[in-house]
Design a protein around this ligand. Structure first.
Ligand SMILES: Nc1nc2c(ncn2[C@@H]2O[C@H](COP(=O)(O)OP(=O)(O)OP(=O)(O)O)[C@@H](O)[C@H]2O)c(=O)[nH]1
Length: 289
């Protein structure tokens, strides 16, 4: 078996998207451009930037547009959805990020009710802010954080988890399984009383140009780009390619296949049959005769 038939050029051809060269208007819609503008305008009020990214793709798809803000404020990279990621090589990930200039990293799972990782966030950011050269201690001082990241990585979930853990309060930010739920920079949301910590939720912003097609596919696979913009079949094909390349053959047993396979249509058909998701359709013959 060849490990995969997936090919970058065929994905470009089939999607019509060229992640490297062309700006794809759908991926940088108006609210994202507006979001970046609003973020820049609000930066003045912010003590620390909390950038959230998907722990499954720690090195791909972070938005370079955020970089300028990271240079002027303390920065914490939160790698969320760690429950879905393979973090057995956590130290290697941290080392690589450090080489890329990212020193402060926290892995989180925002869906767990009493998650220890989310609890660490407030002490970590207050420490970062208080050790920054711009810091002035003041009796009534509160801390303002700005939460940034590409769409659907869990920005709103993190805000809600912080409120749940620190204030025992309910949701303040709308959460959704699709990218693009948060469309406006919100007003300050309180997430902790002692010390008083507020934060600004922001819309998920994709880079206007995606570095290369593989980065684009990873972002799509993690749900940061609406599936239909890339094509569900192409995303599934890339997933199969990635599983085979990483020699993760768990899908073979789960879907009772004969063995590893590089034909996505065959795999999808077998899954549909196993899950009873098939439909009878009338075959139409004779067209064009
Ligand atoms: N498995 C898992 N899912 C998560 C986690 N955090 C968030 N999610 C899910 O990821 C999806 C997106 O979460 P949101 O909090 O809406 O993400 P967002 O970054 O605010 O999204 P936008 O508004 O599109 O920018 C939702 O379906 C959440 O339930 C996590 O730690 N683990």
């Amino acid at each position: 078996m060849r490990l995969s038939s997936w090919s970058l050029s065929s994905a470009v051809f089939r999607t019509g998207f060229d992640f490297g060269q062309r700006e794809v208007a759908h991926w940088f819609p108006g609210h994202m451009a507006k979001g970046i503008k609003q973020m820049r305008a609000s930066l003045r009020k912010v003590d620390c930037i909390v950038e959230i990214h998907d722990a499954r793709i720690p090195f791909s798809g972070r938005n370079p547009l955020f970089q300028e803000s990271l240079d002027v404020r303390p920065h914490l990279l939160v790698l969320n959805k760690m429950d879905l990621a393979d973090i057995s090589n956590k130290w290697a990930i941290l080392k690589q990020l450090e080489r890329d200039g990212v020193k402060n990293v926290l892995f989180t799972d925002c869906l767990r009710q009493r998650d220890e990782s989310v609890k660490k966030l407030v002490p970590l950011v207050t420490q970062l802010i208080e050790s920054s050269p711009r810091f002035h201690r003041d009796e009534d001082r509160s801390y303002c954080l700005m939460v940034i990241g590409v769409p659907n990585v869990g920005k709103s979930s993190l805000i809600n988890a912080l409120r749940r853990i620190n204030l025992r309060k309910g949701k303040a930010s709308k959460v959704g399984g699709e990218p693009g739920i948060t469309k406006a920079v919100l007003t300050k949301i309180q997430v902790c009383e002692r010390p008083p910590v507020y934060l600004l939720d922001t819309p998920g912003v994709l880079p206007p140009k995606i570095q290369n097609i593989e980065t684009g596919m990873k972002l799509a696979l993690c749900g940061t780009i609406l599936d239909h913009l890339v094509g569900e079949d192409i995303i599934a094909d890339y997933l199969l390619y990635s599983l085979n390349r990483l020699q993760r053959f768990g899908y073979v047993e789960k879907y009772e296949l004969e063995g590893p396979c590089d034909d996505i249509q065959h795999v999808l058909k077998s899954i549909a049959v196993k899950l009873g998701k098939t439909q009878r359709v009338k075959a139409i013959t004779g067209i064009g005769e």
